[in-house]
Design a protein around this ligand. Structure first.
Ligand code: G1P
Length: 313
């Protein structure tokens, strides 16, 4: 991790250059696979899920990545570091493609790490980034959400540069799904894909939900979120919630770093946070590789036919 910033000479830059990725979760939904392996390292075809997220940050212009880690996460650090022995072995065998794929993850970004210490929620994880981030706006990317293209985060950064404040990514979900997400009340702006956020509720019941607009795991936060997080009491699930701090920012004045906009998701988003969605994501990503699709499609058709025969026979 970088040294604490010098408060007597704070950075003045208002550009977003840093990405914060919380990876301290225990991954209990994937036990026993996640007993000794972080859930972020589970492969989506042949790349760990976390690499797609770092690639998205880099494609959005964020080359400085801070991971908020916990115990048992060493393999994430190893993945984004050089693997000299492996590289030498591949080079000696002339396996250039594999060598390139091994080097890709350590050449990707400047990756830093800080430990969360205790699992006190997403808001607390983000607060752990304060010393590294300093006084500039920054992005937060949650590893359970894979977003098809970096256009969404690029657009969020652009909205931040124009309007100041913070920005969340929003997706419309079915009423029975709102309780899985932070949920936002919104008002339209002159831009079709940008809204002003007027209220936020973390994981509301369908009756409490102010809308069907769900926060997905991409944020651009004003550094004013840090002092707020320091006094945000535990909320839903007894955890310090980023959503609660953002609500306070939505109600704060622009000169206090307040104001929250929402950018509506246009492309696709893949969830890797539970088993069924994870498997869907793996299949979807596999079928985007022509060489795999060719081999898998006939098998999948046959498999479905066989299942149908079992179900109806
Ligand atoms: C977190 C946030 C929630 C957001 C969600 C997006 O919840 O607290 O507001 O909607 O990520 O994936 P989690 O899924 O980590 O419980």
């Amino acid at each position: 991790m970088s040294a604490d910033i010098d408060r007597t000479n704070p950075p003045t830059s208002d550009t977003v250059t840093k990405a914060v990725i919380p990876v301290a979760g225990l991954g209990t939904r994937f036990l026993p696979a996640t007993k000794a392996t972080p859930k972020e390292m589970l492969p989506i075809v042949d790349k760990p899920a976390i690499q797609y997220v770092v690639e998205e940050a880099v494609q959005s212009g964020l080359h400085d990545v801070l991971m908020i880690t916990g115990r048992n996460k060493r393999s994430i650090e190893d993945h984004f570091d050089r693997a000299h022995e492996l590289e030498e072995a591949l080079a000696a065998k002339g396996e250039e493609d594999r060598l390139r794929s091994v080097r890709a993850s350590n050449d990707l970004a400047q990756v830093h790490y800080v430990r969360q210490g205790e699992p006190r929620g997403l808001g607390h994880a983000v607060l752990c980034a304060e010393a590294h981030v300093g006084e500039s706006p920054f992005a937060v990317l949650l590893g359970d959400d894979l977003i098809e293209s970096a256009d969404l985060l690029c657009r969020m950064i652009e909205v931040r540069q124009r309007h100041g404040g913070s920005v969340v990514a929003l997706m419309e979900v079915e009423p029975e799904q709102v309780s899985l997400y932070g949920c936002a009340a919104v008002e339209p702006t002159e831009e079709e894909d940008v809204v002003t956020v007027t209220d936020l509720v973390e994981k509301p019941s369908p009756e409490e939900a102010p809308s069907r607009w769900a926060i997905i795991g991409r944020y651009v936060c004003d550094p004013a979120v840090f002092p707020i997080l320091r006094h945000t009491p535990p909320g839903r699930g007894g955890e310090i919630q980023l959503t609660d701090a953002l609500l306070e920012l939505a109600r704060a004045k622009p000169e206090e770093g307040g104001g929250v906009h929402g950018v509506l998701l246009r492309g696709r988003r893949y969830d890797t946070g539970n088993k069924a969605d994870y498997i869907r994501t793996v299949v979807d990503f596999a079928f985007r590789r022509p060489e795999l699709a060719e081999e898998l499609l006939p098998w999948l058709r046959e498999f479905v036919d066989r299942q149908d025969a079992v179900d109806h026979g």
